[in-house]
Design a protein around this ligand. Structure first.
Ligand code: 13P
Length: 264
């Protein structure tokens, strides 16, 4: 197992990457890593994530209470959002929150990232819904994000930014990179007259590749509250504004049926 000091160094390295790549400005963004069921490392609040050293990193319990923090450092003001992800997704070991320019622009415009425009984004990322706006640092954001957590591996936060999560810090960061790259491509394609989407058959072929690779996460390949057979084919169910994903009972019922039909 990687020792804790190494994980703190990795958090600093990823913080520098998100800062250097312009995915955050000033003191924005936060990162956390699960150590065990009741110990988590997280970035401190109010510092530039591009200039951290391991002694900046705080340790919290599963409720976000401080277990260890040097000097005047306090855990991220968004720690409740991170903890909600860990609560709902036992497969997740790391959470990254950033404000990448293109993805955040889509989050501000209220446009979820659901158009199937390139194979890598369909296979590795899936659709990215928009969670309703919440006041930063309050329970409003975790509450808004929660209903999407069982089905997606990244979520846009309305008028705010993006959240990605995965089984490792590097994988969570890569999801953020993929999300921003996808958002930038979609934005550019819209300037060029609109993207030519992959066909439903092509999307199904990509889902099949994903299944064969056994990729981790909760890619919504087989889940669609809109009644069609894929999130990408529906294009609308991932939006927070049409009420599609708001009916969590319906989503849960459909998910159950899909999993039953897959023999799981
Ligand atoms: P923290 O510095 O408290 O982690 O907050 C940064 C941020 O981006 C809030 O959304």
């Amino acid at each position: 197992m990687v020792n804790e000091y190494e994980i703190k160094k990795q958090i600093c390295e990823i913080g520098k990457r998100i800062y250097d790549r312009g995915m955050v400005a000033a003191n924005d963004g936060n990162i956390s890593v699960k150590i065990n069921d009741n110990e988590f490392l997280c970035t401190p609040t109010g510092v530039s994530k591009g200039f951290m050293t391991p002694d900046y990193i705080c340790r919290v319990d599963k409720n976000g209470n401080v277990l260890e923090a040097n000097g005047s450092f306090k855990p991220s003001s968004e720690i409740k959002m991170h903890m909600r992800v860990y609560q709902q997704r036992p497969d997740v070991n790391s959470v990254v929150h950033a404000h990448p320019i293109y993805a955040t622009s889509f989050a501000i415009a209220g446009i979820p990232l659901t158009q199937p425009i390139m194979p890598e984004a369909v296979i590795a990322l899936g659709c990215v819904p928009i969670a309703e706006y919440g006041t930063p640092s309050t329970n409003e954001i975790p509450d808004a994000v929660e209903k999407y957590l069982p089905y997606f591996d990244a979520v846009l936060l309305a008028n705010h930014g993006a959240l990605s999560f995965s089984d490792s810090l590097l994988a969570a960061y890569h999801k953020m990179e993929s999300l921003e790259f996808y958002a930038q491509l979609l934005f550019n394609a819209k300037q060029l007259g609109g993207p030519k989407e992959l066909s439903p058959e092509q999307v199904q072929g990509l889902y099949e590749i994903r299944r064969q690779f056994g990729l981790k996460g909760k890619h919504p390949a087989d889940i669609c509250v809109g009644g069609k057979n894929s999130c990408h084919a529906c294009g609308g169910c991932a939006t927070a504004h049409n009420g599609g994903a708001a009916d969590s009972d319906l989503v849960a019922a459909i998910t159950k049926k899909v999993l039953e039909s897959l023999g799981k």
